[in-house]
Design a protein around this ligand. Structure first.
Ligand code: SAH
Length: 394
């Protein structure tokens, strides 16, 4: 029999509003003995069925898969993955000859909490953020391969750093279906990138900056561009594609700098006006005094949880202030935060403080977010993690 989580009185409301998480504090009792990652029922005080989802013994106790009284079986997964693919088709991402990489499953945004699937050419890279998804990863891989009208021919599992309870599960990354290569060259708006899911961060590439990089391309003609936290050089390649006069890429990881150089060479050969530097961004901004026309700040999440929020906001302020000092009057600052716990307004306040301390006039010319293949579940605003501003600074 399926185990059941019974809610405390008055705690049904968020589920009735389709919020996909049940927190441990909302639970009155658990009927049965669910194992980590089992599908459980969520019941109201009257025994009424509210939802079904994956159980976890942490603070988010249930990640909801459905609010309907339907079985969570093979056909359920097949329907969910097909719906995710249909959305990307509807968004025009599937038959786009200039782009061969997109996010196919974005957790709660696709009604599949705990699961991320990124597509690189013919390989799908699957990343599980819950034990429930991890336990069925092979089934998911088979379903991904079987999806009609999809480019997917192989599936690679990249969950070793993201699944909870790693000591117990001892996850190892590797192929799940087909024969995935370890690396591939993908196209994004016509730009070429070598992506390695075996070596790279996340699933190998930051697909979420695709449209923001395209915007940078449009802004870059004749400009001197600084791309900090460059990783594999996404923004740098687009700036050069847009006709930048010069591009400097900075990342503290020597491997990332190597990858950036390789991606620039792949697109433009060895003569591109590009320099890649392995250095801490704060250090670079302190020690290099030449001004830039455009500066990109795309740091890793400064706050991974709510407790780190204050320090994170201080760090965003310091970083933006340091960059403003290197921005030519009239220049553009493209500044981002990918911390889920930093909301749009708090981020904007941090950038506001940096501008005020720098004593520079500034106007917001673009407010940026994550692209359409990283959809935000209307009832789960926490899913809106990527925030960006383009400022023209006087
Ligand atoms: N903008 C990139 C993604 C950035 S990921 C893209 O479009 O693909 C964040 C990067 O910041 C990582 O490559 C990491 O190595 C780098 N990083 C982290 N801390 C850093 C620091 N203090 N200085 C410079 N780079 C840093």
């Amino acid at each position: 029999m399926t185990a059941a989580v019974v809610l405390k009185p008055g705690r049904e409301q968020s589920l009735q509003r389709f919020h996909p998480w049940v927190f441990s504090g909302a639970i009155a009792r658990i009927e049965g003995h669910p194992a980590e990652g089992d599908v459980v029922q969520v019941l109201g005080t009257q025994g009424n069925m509210l939802a079904r989802g994956h159980y976890h013994s942490g603070s988010i106790s249930v990640r909801v898969l459905t609010f309907e009284p339907e079985p969570i079986d093979t056909s359920f997964w097949q329907r969910k993955l097909a719906a995710a693919l249909a959305l990307r088709q509807q968004l025009g991402l599937l038959n786009d000859h200039s782009t061969s990489t997109f996010r196919l499953v974005h957790g709660e945004g696709d009604g599949l909490p705990g699961l991320v699937v990124d597509v690189y050419g013919t390989t799908a890279v699957l990343q599980c953020h819950s034990v429930g998804m991890y336990r069925i990863r092979e089934l998911l891989a088979q379903q991904l391969i079987a999806l009609p009208r999809s480019p997917i021919r192989a599936v690679y599992d990249k969950s070793s750093t993201t699944v909870p309870m790693r000591e117990r599960l001892t996850p190892i990354d590797g192929p799940l279906a087909g024969a995935p290569p370890s690396t591939d060259m993908v196209l994004e708006h016509g730009c070429k990138f070598n992506v390695s899911w075996t070596e790279g961060q996340k699933t190998g590439f930051f697909i979420d900056q695709r449209e923001n990089r395209q915007l940078l391309r449009e802004l870059s003609h004749g400009q001197a561009v600084l791309n900090t936290f460059c990783y594999t050089g996404g923004f740098s390649v687009y700036a050069l594609a847009g006709g930048a006069r010069s591009v400097v890429s900075v990342d503290s990881s020597a491997k990332a700098v190597e990858a950036t150089t390789a991606n620039v060479n792949l697109n433009f050969g060895l003569q591109a006006p590009h320099q890649a530097i392995a250095m801490d961004t704060f250090e670079y901004l302190r020690t290099h005094l030449e001004p830039f026309d455009i500066i990109v700040l795309d740091p890793p999440a400064f706050a991974k949880h709510g407790g780190a929020l204050r320090n994170a906001l201080q760090a965003y302020k310091r970083l933006n202030l340091a960059a403003l000092k290197r921005l030519r009057p009239g220049g553009l600052l493209l500044t981002f935060s990918c911390s889920q716990v930093v909301d749009r307004q708090s981020f904007r306040n941090a950038v506001f403080s940096a501008c005020a301390i720098a004593g520079r006039e500034a106007r917001i010319v673009h407010q940026l977010s994550q692209p359409a293949d990283h959809p935000i579940n209307m009832y789960h605003p926490e899913g809106e993690y990527l925030k960006g501003l383009v400022l023209q600074v006087g």
